[in-house]
Design a protein around this ligand. Structure first.
Ligand SMILES: [Zn+2]
Length: 300
């Protein structure tokens, strides 16, 4: 089990990595864990290979973290992705069983441990609108209605991702739950932007198509270092090798192309990498390997 969130030294949450990038301080929070089918997580890679990297449970699922970034800097408190949220725990035990949802305090408890209330958040950025990335955008109000969790924030999504989420196909309908993203729009809090947009000073979307057509990574540059939040381009450290691409990806050859352009840039520039679903150490660097591709050098 993860260590419970508690107030640590210098405004940190125990067990949660902090990256000091100059003007921007990044805290890697965790909304909890989910379990997804190991075969779906590794696409065409045979189980004898992937199970050496992450062992599946008795239902063939692997345990994945639900990491979110808190950015503290000139743009005020910014959240990048919001995990799976608390709504389904309160109302859908079947969902929680299928996806192995494990949450104790979740994102809000970790913010609280840092002295931040939901009302303090200025900006909520979603890399894409699958339920495990934007579930915490909204929560159940006292009367059971679904309301925006962060009433004073602007919520930012790429326009094409929004359009795809609002008109899903049979293949991705189960991933797009409208309660996660429509209430902020109805409350007038939603901003739709172009791929690659600057989100706040030093914070920028990086167009990273493949998982979905308009899936974005987020690059943070505080003047004294750069970090790349990979979202579902590289969900865990086990997905760093080029062919390790999820079966969930709608456009796997585009994922491959995005990995082949972005990972060498990240390694060459010495960017720190944050992996959204990595269950162990989510922060590290990419190290070029002799036979091509990259190894993972986690920061303990
Ligand atoms: Zn996704």
């Amino acid at each position: 089990m993860p260590a419970p969130a508690g107030r640590g030294a210098a405004g940190a949450v125990e067990g949660r990595p902090v990256l000091e990038l100059g003007d921007i301080r990044v805290t890697v929070l965790n909304d909890g864990f989910q379990r997804l089918d190991g075969g779906a997580m590794f696409g065409v890679v045979p189980k004898p290979l992937w199970e050496r990297r992450i062992a599946p449970d008795e239902r063939n699922r692997i345990r994945l973290a639900l990491r979110c970034l808190l950015l503290e800097g000139p743009g005020g408190p910014v959240l990048v992705d919001t995990g799976i949220g608390s709504k389904e725990q309160a109302r859908d035990s079947r969902f929680c069983d299928i996806y192995g949802v494990e949450r104790e305090g979740g994102l809000l408890a970790e913010l609280d441990a840092l002295g931040l209330a939901p009302e303090d958040v200025r900006l909520v950025v979603n890399t894409h609108l699958h339920f495990d990335h934007c579930g915490g955008n909204t929560r159940l109000g006292p009367d059971g209605s679904v309301v925006p969790t962060f009433p004073n924030a602007r919520y930012v999504v790429v326009r094409g991702e929004w359009q795809d989420a609002m008109a899903p196909s049979e293949r991705n309908r189960a991933s797009y739950l409208r309660d996660n993203f429509v209430p902020p729009q109805q409350a007038g809090l939603l901003d739709l932007v172009a791929p690659g947009s600057v989100l706040s000073p030093g914070v920028q979307f990086v167009h990273a198509p493949g998982h979905t057509r308009f899936h974005q990574c987020v690059r943070i540059d505080g003047g004294a270092g750069t970090a790349l939040f990979c979202a579902d381009l590289v969900p865990t450290a086990s997905h760093i090798p080029y062919p390790y691409i999820m079966a969930y990806d709608l456009y796997p050859m585009e994922t491959l192309g995005t990995k082949k352009s972005l990972l060498p840039e990240a390694a060459g520039e010495g960017w720190r990498i944050v992996l959204e679903h990595e269950p162990e150490n989510p922060v590290g660097r990419l190290q070029p390997e002799e036979r091509g591709g990259f190894g993972w050098v986690p920061e303990a």
